[in-house]
Design a protein around this ligand. Structure first.
Ligand SMILES: NC(=O)c1ccc[n+]([C@@H]2O[C@H](COP(=O)([O-])OP(=O)(O)OC[C@H]3O[C@@H](n4cnc5c(N)ncnc54)[C@H](O)[C@@H]3O)[C@@H](O)[C@H]2O)c1
Length: 391
């Protein structure tokens, strides 16, 4: 891999660490040339830790000619302003999720990018990982037939248990849907295509959260229960919660006319993919000659025989738990090198921003929200992509 694309990072907080690790140690087509933060000392610490040539202000970073792609790793509330700053400086943008908080802001960012001939996309890039790509391939190969339904669930007690600066999760732009919804919605869109409409209810369990020792008012919904209808007809429920201490729900399951597909955690790049073969169950039940109840007993007791773990057929780190964040940036860089479209597009990121807002709007109005944006599924990954070097 000879050519490398210069990248810069704005926002040297919690998640920046894994991006910096992966860009400096694993992705072989991108070079981290500079890092910036509103607190320059944070940038300096990061530069020292990862041997980055320059730590500077945001303005200084955006003035570096060799930087072609800028990663916006600031908090969601700051995304829109920083996104616009990056594009106005003539750089391609990869923002952490969501692209912006509001739909109109996302449209403005996408319009500016288009006007300037730049890419403007947002995380997550987990849908490009081996887990989600294997699931997409199985669906495209008709292994579960037409997808009729799904369930998507993220249930945890809240990020203040572990995050060093968790305040933003309970302010405008926070909450479980804006924080974790992008993983689930992007993965679903990458497999099923665009969303048609969304209905939702929201609530708040704990009115105050302990934010670094101070009881702080919860300003956003912390528990969402919604329903999504896709353009292709699939419908399913989605639960996103910072109110759940424990749950036994699958992260993501797709229910098709021929079988069921259990998708790995959409906030991961690999994981277990399980296929339930409905035809196999039908054949087993059909083979039972005794009438009721023998057929029912067969159907209930032999389900396990129809479940098969599926091999991941796309490249991933040998440790399936490795956080490969940066894959979307690396694919963007390769798209510049190869002169092809990137797999993460502005249309997908904008569609996801609209969907996140749709849950809020539907909950407030008590009606289903009809989506106004759409997006196309992009090329699947090459099975043997080689942008990641195993160390
Ligand atoms: N923490 C995680 O595990 C995690 C995982 C996936 C994605 N994310 C996403 O990553 C983003 C950042 O989250 P985080 O947890 O790293 O937050 P954080 O608060 O730990 O870090 C954010 C950093 O951005 C800097 N910053 C904020 N506004 C700025 C501005 N206008 N200009 C320059 N610097 C600015 C802050 O000083 C801070 O260093 C969010 O969008 C979040 O949704 C976080």
């Amino acid at each position: 891999m000879s050519k490398k694309i210069g990248v810069g990072i704005i926002g040297c907080g919690t998640i920046a660490d894994v991006y910096m690790t992966n860009i400096t140690q694993h992705y072989n087509n991108i070079d981290l040339l500079a890092v910036a933060d509103m607190y320059v000392e944070k940038a300096q610490q990061a530069a020292e830790k990862f041997n980055v040539p320059k730590a500077c202000t945001v303005e200084e970073l955006l003035a570096i000619d060799e930087i072609e792609i800028v990663l916006n790793l600031t908090i969601p509330m700051a995304h829109y302003a920083v996104d616009m700053q990056v594009l106005n400086a003539g750089k391609h943008l990869y923002s952490e999720k969501p692209l912006t908080l509001e739909i109109d802001q996302a449209k403005e960012v996408v319009a500016l990018a288009k006007e300037k001939g730049l890419m403007a996309v947002s995380a997550p890039d987990t849908f490009l990982g081996a887990g989600a790509q294997t699931c997409r391939k199985l669906v495209d190969e008709d292994k579960i037939g037409n997808v009729v339904g799904f369930t998507a669930n993220m249930a945890c007690p809240g990020h203040e248990l572990w995050h060093p600066a968790p305040g933003f999760y309970y302010k405008n732009g926070g909450g479980p849907m804006f924080d974790m919804g992008p993983y689930y919605i992007t993965t679903l869109v990458s497999i099923l295509g665009p969303i048609k409409r969304i209905s939702s209810f929201t609530t708040i369990g704990r009115e105050e959260r302990n934010i670094l020792g101070t009881m702080t008012k919860t300003e956003v919904p912390t528990h969402y229960s919604g329903i999504i209808e896709f353009e292709n007809g699939a419908i399913g429920n989605i639960n996103m919660s910072f109110e759940t201490w424990s749950a036994s729900l699958p992260c993501l399951e797709l229910y098709g006319t021929k079988g069921t597909l259990t998708v790995p955690d959409p906030d991961s790049f690999a994981g277990a993919v399980t296929l339930f073969d409905g035809q196999k169950l039908k054949d087993m039940v059909d083979a039972v000659t005794d009438p009721h109840p023998a057929k029912i007993i067969t159907m209930v007791t032999r389900q396990g025989e129809c479940k098969m773990d599926q091999p991941l057929v796309f490249s991933y780190d040998p440790d399936p738990h490795t956080n490969m964040r940066g894959l979307g940036v690396s694919d963007m860089a390769q798209s510049l090198i190869d002169g092809r479209p990137a797999r993460l597009t502005s249309e997908i990121s904008l569609h996801v921003v609209e969907a996140l807002n749709a849950f809020e709007i539907s909950a407030k109005t008590g009606t289903a929200y009809e989506m106004t944006t759409t997006c196309e599924r992009t090329e699947p990954m090459k099975e043997d992509w080689e942008l990641w070097e195993v160390k």
